[in-house]
Design a protein. Sequence first.
Length: 205
Amino acid sequence: MKHSCEQEVQTEVGEQEEMLLRQREFSQRLTKYRGVNKNFRMPQMEYPKDREDQDPFLKGQPMIENVYGPIMGLMQVVRSGRSKLASEVKSAKNVLKFIAGLLQSKISAMDKSSNDVYGLMNIDCFFYNHVQHTYGLDALANKYCEIYLLSMDTHRKKDTRIELFLKFVGLDLDKLPYSIFEHYVTLIKATNISVTNLLNQPMHN
């Protein structure tokens, strides 16, 4: 039992260190980006006290994971089964079309520049940003983010591509690290098949 507890503690510490390294690297790239784009202003968020105590390097920096905080709250609603938008669930085909559009936008941002702020965003943050740009108003962005998250959760067992995407955005508690998403993008590019075809064709194709 003692050995098991030690393994759990080591795993938790390792995950925290990985997250802090990702945030540190992101902040460094973002600082360089700010030097190029003087008009860019990162939204300021209240910084969690416990993080200030744990890592002085991050003190005064907004938590990257919380820049688009609404997506976190919406995922909690869907996870807990408290969503009231079940009547507006999209079809699996519609969900795959949405994911294809989002991935194409994300890949384009990643290809644009190594310092592009949208290219550097974690996929969950980009998810919210993408919907916000599509629907404009925050209220509509929140509504459709919740609808698509709920729709993905509903159809996840029907299509492994949907389930994988949910692991990237973090609806599952075992969220895949961003580095895995980057490898996924590399794999997509290596196929020389468009994102639309990869996501919208039947699995057996």
